[in-house]
Structures are given as C-alpha cells and as structure tokens.
Design a protein around this ligand. Structure first.
Ligand code: ZN
Length: 121
C-alpha cells in the first residue's frame, strides 16, 4: 500500500467474496485512519463499535421488557388468588366507601379469567 499523495488508499479491511470464495481487500476508498490503517465508512471500527453498542442497548431494552412480561405472567395465578381473597375480605369489612377498589379488583379478576367487557357485568 503506497502513501504518496496521488495514490488512493483503499480500505484495509479484508472481506469475504462469495463468488471467489476467498478473502480480498475491501474495494472502497479509505476515509478514516484507525491505529494507522485506512478504513472505508462501512468498515470504520469506531462506527462498527457504535452500531454494536446501539444494537446491544436496544436488545437490553427488549430483554428487560420480555423479562417483565414473563415475570407478570408467572405471577398472574398468585395475583388472581390474592385478588379473590382481598375481594372477599373487602366485601365484608370495607363497605361502600371502598367500592371503587372493589370494582378494580373485580375487573382485574374478570380480565385474568378471560372475560370480555361484554360478558362481565
Ligand atoms: Zn471497507
């Protein structure tokens, strides 16, 4: 690789060619220098690292959303039983001033048991 002013310095990345089934030098011009090597915009190690970090961050958000979804699903049966127990208690002890929370519990139980708004009262 020459470094004289008139020469175009190519990207130093080695890329796999599906047709020749071998590695060859990237066919794009070097745009940036990283650790003394030229890289095109596609193979710039800094850009690749940034893209990977962004991808990793998106995955972590998705994994966390999935984790919460599965945790809620696993907790569902226990929550349903707790709501039913609480509902019985409140109907006896809380009286009319807690009617809103009783409706919320009844709606949550109905939803958990797969009732639609048409089938529940
Ligand atoms: Zn390249």
């Amino acid at each position: 690789m020459s470094t004289s002013a008139n020469d175009v310095v190519m990207c130093s990345e080695r890329v796999y060619d599906k047709i020749s089934k071998g590695f060859s030098q990237c066919r794009y011009k070097g745009k940036v220098v990283r650790n003394g090597k030229q890289y095109c915009g596609l193979h710039d190690p800094v850009k690749i690292e940034e893209k990977d970090a962004a991808k990793q961050a998106r995955w972590e958000i998705e994994w966390e959303a999935d984790r919460k979804k599965y945790a809620l699903r696993a907790a569902g049966p226990g929550l349903l039983e707790a709501c039913k127990a609480a509902l019985t208690l409140h109907l006896w002890e809380a009286g009319a001033h807690n009617q809103t929370i009783i409706w919320q519990i009844e709606a949550a139980i109905a939803k958990a048991e797969g009732e639609t708004s048409e089938t529940s009262r």
